[in-house]
Design a protein around this ligand. Structure first.
Ligand SMILES: Cc1ncc(COP(=O)(O)O)c(C=O)c1O
Length: 445
């Protein structure tokens, strides 16, 4: 049984010892402390998943790009910008093992990438390649904004949407695979065609790593036309090999787990033919020159976030093992902290450790009385305002006949700047609420 500051923890891995930033001797922890001194010290920030983080050295690099532009914009536009973006795309191509740099476009965020893919689907309906009633399959736990995008582009164009029900808590990949197969069957009933599957790589809420490689393979076997993987959280958080995954489209943010400032993401489009129909929704001078080139100029704006990918790579390479080392240590740490919390509260994790990356779902004590999405949000606000803890909370409706179910799960993250004390602060806050007989009904509107 391992022990941190006297607290025993049940996770005694064969894995290497954690290098938490509280161990002041480690050079990683010194880098982490100096690079994130702009973080509000009053907050235990265990929610890297929502907005990511950006170290001081990358912020400085971004400011330098902004100044370079403002110093001589014409020179920057004609001689600097395209080359800089190509350099970022080349780094991303290597990080995700794409075949060719032309397969990688840089866009603002995963939301924009989804709009590109779904707008393409909408045109397929309008131009007769897809027929009314053709199906798009998505996970029930697809990100809310992506669901809206599917509604805006696909439902409006006459497509039918089928949701994959996913169990939560989840115990194995098999449960997900079996629900996915069911949804494809439903999609194909009545002779409909499944034109597109939208699959998350790491779902947002509740957060679980989805066996995308298996699901993409099943899509191929079942004749689904196209697969789009929404992997907003993936790069820097879990392994990404786009060739191995085999989807047609794959997007990840770099501002969540790859230390870039907002907003920068990539959209991978497999073996995109020249003259492809795929276009950026913001049309500018480069329309028709291929998605990567279109995306590199969508009007006058600040492109600096897209240009700091080399600086972010330099930052991660200062850590032992680079991004691979960071990813592994974050995973081990978040599992260890999740297990510490569920032990303290007498609850359970929302998934086995091998179904999570750098975020894990932690059951909250049932006596907190979380009985709606509104309760979950109010409790999150209460934890921020009264305890200085930033953590998102998921409401899971009880199933029929369940006795004493856990209805609230916190999604905890671990990133290089976190220390054990962040998680102790959260543990103690919840323990204090429980000791005081708090329930969510006490929180006013
Ligand atoms: C699964 C998933 N998809 C898409 C997004 C949207 O990302 P962004 O707001 O950077 O576009 C998120 C954000 O958390 C997400 O978790």
């Amino acid at each position: 049984m391992a022990s941190i500051n006297g607290d025993s923890i049940s996770h005694t891995p064969k894995k290497p010892k954690l290098s938490f930033s509280s161990s002041s001797s480690s050079s990683s922890s010194i880098i982490a402390q100096t690079e994130f001194s702009h973080h509000d010290p009053s907050i235990a920030r265990i929610n890297n998943g929502s907005f990511g983080c950006c170290p001081a050295s990358v912020i400085a690099a971004q400011q330098q790009w902004q100044l370079n532009y403002l110093r001589q914009p014409d020179h920057f536009y004609f001689n600097v910008l395209k080359k800089g973006i190509l350099q970022s795309r080349t780094i991303i191509k290597h990080l995700v093992n794409a075949e060719h740099v032309d397969e990688i476009s840089i866009v603002d965020n995963a939301t924009t990438a989804a709009a590109i893919v779904l707008q393409n689907a909408a045109w397929s309906f309008h131009e007769g390649r897809f027929s009314k009633g053709d199906v798009v399959v998505m996970l029930h736990y697809a990100y809310g904004a992506v669901k809206k995008s599917i509604e805006a582009y696909v439902t409006r164009a006459g497509g039918k949407v089928i949701e994959v029900n996913l169990p939560f808590p989840v115990t194995s990949d098999d449960e997900i695979v079996s629900e996915f197969k069911n949804a494809l069957e439903r999609g194909k009933s009545d002779g409909n065609r499944v034109r597109l599957a939208v699959i998350d790589h790491v779902t947002s809420m509740p957060s679980v790593v989805i066996p995308v490689k298996d699901l993409v393979r099943i899509c191929r076997e079942e004749g689904v036309d196209q697969v789009f993987v929404d992997a907003a959280h993936s790069i820097g958080c879990i392994d990404v090999d786009v060739k191995e995954i085999g989807a047609d489209f794959y997007t990840s943010n770099l501002h969540k787990w790859f230390f870039c400032p907002p907003s920068v993401a990539f959209l991978y489009c497999r073996k995109m033919p020249k003259g492809s129909n795929l276009h950026h929704p913001v049309v500018s001078h480069e329309y028709g020159n291929g998605l990567a080139v279109e995306s590199a100029w969508i009007g006058t704006r600040d492109y600096s976030a897209q240009l700091v990918v080399p600086a972010a790579l330099e930052f991660v390479n200062r850590f032992e093992g680079g991004i691979e080392g960071i990813k592994k240590r974050n995973h081990d740490a978040v599992v260890e902290m999740g297990e510490m919390l569920v032990k303290a509260w007498g609850t359970h994790l929302g998934s086995p450790p091998d179904m999570c990356g750098s975020m894990i779902m932690v059951g909250l004590p049932a006596c907190l009385g979380i009985s709606s999405d509104v309760d979950a949000l109010k409790l999150r606000t209460h934890l921020r305002d009264h305890f200085g803890v930033e953590v998102p909370i998921y409401y899971r409706p009880p199933r029929d006949g369940e006795v004493g179910p856990i209805t609230g799960y916190a999604r905890i993250s671990h990133q290089v700047y976190n220390t054990v004390s962040d998680y102790y602060k959260f543990r103690d806050a919840v323990n204090q609420l429980v000791d005081n007989g708090f329930t969510c009904t006490l929180l006013s509107e």
